[in-house]
Design a protein around this ligand. Structure first.
Ligand SMILES: Cc1cc2nc3c(=O)[nH]c(=O)nc-3n(C[C@H](O)[C@H](O)[C@H](O)COP(=O)(O)OP(=O)(O)OC[C@H]3O[C@@H](n4cnc5c(N)ncnc54)[C@H](O)[C@@H]3O)c2cc1C
Length: 366
């Protein structure tokens, strides 16, 4: 992955001279989650030139893995399912080195009154994970784009190119306060959560109709707790708590919990990822992380019976986690401006929705 020199003074990067510019388009794809990387890959395969810009230091977006001294946590998406033939083909032809089957063991956990507290019925379709962590799939698919990928680069504004006004230039910021202006883009694709699409376009004074189209979309937040119990690693004691490895929960705080160490290719140290429900996360969105941690740990103990104090416990807040109301079409594109938007929020709340959205966005441009 290339890194750009960081400067505090904005500078204009001259676009490739028009006479020597390749026949294809030069497209800026903003956001290197599943949608952005699939869009960028597809455009490159169609002969276009792509610059991929990502505000985080790593790629993957919500298909992410938090690395700790106790092993990794898939603190965003936990697994994915495959229903679209194009996703299946892409996985079969280009991802068998990192994709592994994984499923929750069948379980029903009852509370003291016999009510279902958590359950994992027999799966109706195969579940898959990337290995050694969920970020491995996007990482693999982004490899051919490495030379034109800028990480730690947040796009703050889109404006007409200073040298060629029919093109676009992007003002970017890095985490150290460095700023750049990157120019010469024929098209701009925003593969980022819809509130961020809205804010970026509004800050740029662009595409009011596209912004308006985002209004019905609703994405809920998710507080996620990661806990590790290295003390459980004793001979003859493979697990600290229950023998099941994942379940959906009806607990008033928690909607999902999974034993990370049960996934293929993971470190064996006992680790759990616990996701709060959309309703609870919304209500407690601005709560202090320590308070959230304590509440979710209590719920975790009630469901699993694990009352030991974890050696590692960190709460992570996803402001835009799970789509509740999608846009209802695969992407948005303002033809007159040459600016598009895609992401899971267009179609649903699954990794596959992000894949399809990024693919359809690219096909519209290609
Ligand atoms: C807690 C949680 C659990 C989930 N569980 C599952 C699951 O089990 N199964 C499943 O299928 N799906 C699950 N999902 C949903 C799945 O993760 C998403 O559908 C998918 O990863 C979305 O991909 P995306 O590319 O649309 O967006 P993202 O992954 O959000 O990618 C957007 C990228 O844009 C970057 N970005 C944003 N603004 C800017 C900017 N201005 N400049 C540059 N970069 C920017 C972000 O840093 C990010 O990397 C879960 C999500 C969460 C949060």
């Amino acid at each position: 992955m290339s890194t750009q020199p960081k400067t505090r003074t904005p500078k204009v990067t001259a676009p490739t001279a028009r006479a020597t510019r390749p026949a294809g388009l030069h497209v800026a794809v903003v956001g290197a989650g599943m949608a952005g990387v699939v869009c960028a890959r597809t455009l490159v395969q169609a002969g276009h030139r792509v610059t991929l810009l990502e505000k985080s230091r790593g790629l993957g977006g919500r298909m992410s893995t938090r690395h700790t001294e106790f092993g990794g946590f898939d603190h965003g998406s936990q697994y994915f399912t495959v229903r679209d033939a194009r996703f299946e083909t892409a996985l079969r032809s280009n991802a068998t080195s990192v994709v592994r089957p994984w499923s929750a063991s069948t379980v029903r956990v009852l509370d003291e009154f016999g009510h279902v507290l958590a359950s994992a019925p027999p799966p109706t379709e195969p579940h898959f994970v990337a290995s050694p962590g969920m970020n491995a799939l996007v990482g693999l698919w982004a490899q051919p784009l490495a030379a034109d990928t800028l990480t730690d680069t947040r796009v703050a504004q889109i404006e007409r190119d200073a040298l060629h006004p029919e093109q676009w230039q992007l003002r970017t910021e890095d985490s150290a306060g460095g700023q750049q202006v990157l120019g010469g883009f024929d098209r701009v694709v925003l593969a980022i959560p819809h509130p961020q699409v809205h804010d970026l376009l509004r800050a740029s004074g662009l595409a009011p109709e596209l912004r308006q189209a985002l209004a019905p979309v609703h994405v809920a937040p998710c507080w996620t707790l990661m806990v590790a119990f290295p003390q459980a690693m004793q001979p003859g004691l493979p697990h600290l708590g229950p023998q099941w490895n994942a379940a959906r929960s009806t607990h008033h705080r928690i909607s999902w919990l999974a034993r990370e160490s049960s996934k293929p290719g993971r470190d064996p140290i006992e680790r759990w990822t616990i996701q709060a429900s959309p309703a609870w996360s919304t209500k407690h969105l601005e709560d202090d992380a320590e308070r959230v941690k304590a509440k979710l740990l209590k719920g975790f103990a009630e469901i699993t019976g694990i009352r030991a104090t974890p050696t590692f416990a960190v709460a992570h807040r996803w402001r835009f986690a799970q789509t509740q109301t999608p846009l209802g079409k695969s992407h948005l594109f303002d033809k007159a401006l040459g600016i598009g938007a895609c992401g899971d929020w267009c179609l649903g709340h699954r990794v596959e929705d992000a894949f399809v959205s990024g693919l359809e966005m690219a096909l519209e441009l290609a």
